[in-house]
Design a protein around this ligand. Structure first.
Ligand code: SAM
Length: 276
């Protein structure tokens, strides 16, 4: 895998979309890559306070601290569509089931600075609780999307305290969303289980995952997790849609699958034990 210094031709201002058109603007340059980098190796340079700063895409703490940079990088420059796609699929399924968004109590896992929460809010969902592992995510969500989350907890879903479990359980979630957050050193299957088991039976589950993570050869554990959840009749899949999540830094489409499903029952510990 080879990378050279970033190339000037890729340097361009990226303005964050805002209703007034006056969102912050960043100059971002991407490296010329000889071979495709794994998504957790991708990086770019951003011109900040008079100099170029190198930012790894997985340095979410750094990215969230700079208002609008996450949106400029992933949504404007690299055309991420996932919150919109997952929210649209969930909307279609709610309509099909004659369920109202206003009746949902949503746990948004890996909520980040609130891109999915914003979509849910726009759908008419009133109760949205965000969970993320880094405090910068909550700070950014409150700074950039105030009023979207009714509550936002910073915790590691694989190691929650009894108090945190009780607090989340008290919301009696009937929907869980997790967008652009599974795998890649982000949310592992055990954390997915922790969140899934917070949702009431019959609750809606809407998430996306990289296409290769649901193929047989995958090592993230999600392919086997989803297969076993289906075989053990823990989940009832409604929609499975392949789509372009975003572009890579080499401007190649990165394909993900979005799933909307209904929970049947909790994931038992034996299932996770069989995966690990
Ligand atoms: C790519 S961002 C996605 C944010 C948002 N859902 C979106 O669609 O823009 C992934 C988020 O998952 C969070 N994350 C990673 N590991 C986590 C974990 N174990 N538990 C909770 N959140 C986690 C990261 O901190 C980051 O905010």
């Amino acid at each position: 895998m080879q990378t050279s210094e970033p190339i000037e031709t890729e340097r361009r201002p990226v303005r964050v979309e805002s209703p007034t058109g006056d969102g912050p603007e960043y100059e971002i340059r991407f490296p010329r890559v000889e071979e495709m980098l794994d998504q957790d190796e991708e990086w770019c340079d951003v011109f900040l306070e008079g100099k170029w700063e190198r930012i790894r895409f997985h340095d979410y703490d750094k990215i969230y601290m700079i208002p609008g940079l996450y949106e400029a990088l992933f949504y404007e420059a690299l055309k991420c569509t996932s919150p919109k796609r997952v929210a649209n699929l969930l909307t279609e399924e709610l309509e099909e089931a004659d369920d109202q968004p206003g009746s949902l109590r949503v746990l948004d896992v890996g909520a980040g600075n609130g891109m999915m929460g914003e979509r849910l809010h726009a759908m008419g969902v009133q109760e949205i609780v965000g969970v993320d592992i880094i405090p910068e995510a909550k700070t950014a969500a409150e700074r950039d999307r105030p009023g979207v989350y009714s509550d936002y907890m910073i915790t590691d879903l694989t190691a929650m305290s009894d108090e945190e479990v009780k607090c989340l359980q008290s919301h009696r979630f009937n929907c869980m969303t997790t967008v652009a957050a599974l795998g890649f050193g982000d949310i592992p299957p055990r954390a997915f289980m922790g969140a899934y088991n917070m949702v009431e039976p019959e609750g809606w589950i809407a998430f996306n995952v990289k296409e290769s993570f649901v193929k047989g050869s995958d090592e993230s554990g999600f392919s086997r997790l989803i297969r076993m959840m289906t075989e053990w009749e823990l989940i009832h899949a409604h929609v499975y849609r392949r789509y372009c999540h975003r572009l890579s830094i080499a401007k190649e489409p990165l394909y993900y699958v979005a799933m909307v499903a209904r929970k049947v029952r909790d994931i038992p510990e034996e299932l996770l034990a069989a995966l690990e």
